[in-house]
Design a protein around this ligand. Sequence first.
Ligand code: TYD
Length: 208
Amino acid sequence: MEKGKFIVFEGIDGAGKSTQVELLRKKLTQLGREVVLTAEPTSLESGKAIRRALSGEVKKTESEMAAMFVLDRIAHNNAEGGIKELCESGKDVISDRYYYSTLAYQGQSTDYGWVKAMNTRCPDIKRPDLCIYLDLLPEQSLARIQKRGEAVEIYENKEKLTSVRNAFLSVIDDLGADGERIAAVDASRTPEEISEEIFKAVKEILFD
Ligand code: TYD
């Protein structure tokens, strides 16, 4: 049986990842493919612990955060119904965030080389078939976050979003140079325009 594809969406908070994940799911389903949506932090125990730290309820150092995201990612890959099992059974998996986020967020606040090695050299962390990076200016993303009216998390202020965006741009360059397949998409346009561009990149990997 043909394996499913593993696609991840990345970008700063408010870049429009959930909208685009949903639009891609529809398009792949229309092609007759089975698609499963997933996200990090996960809803597993390891992901719940991260949520408590993100809300500020529990205090963790940035190194602890980096390690917690790696632990959650290993569980995400290997749990029952996890990424590996789903792809093996022929389903496409779309994840809202993956290790590019850890490299961008924790890579700059700890040691980039250490964070990169933990993620890319771990035998239990699958490499995506495609990463879609949604690029948006921090001003625009902050406006979207405020419009949603949700509680603001520890990484959601303009200064932080600016440094995370810069970090994402260098992560994309670095991993791109390592041969990872990454599509950087301008996320300031309409959802339909963005989705069309994403689908072009996805079609290229479907028939590999
Ligand atoms: P997410 O649930 O995507 O936030 P939102 O739905 O508000 O966009 O992710 C929660 C936060 O966790 C987000 O600020 C990014 C951060 N994060 C990291 O710092 N490192 C990581 O490895 C991941 C996956 C997320």
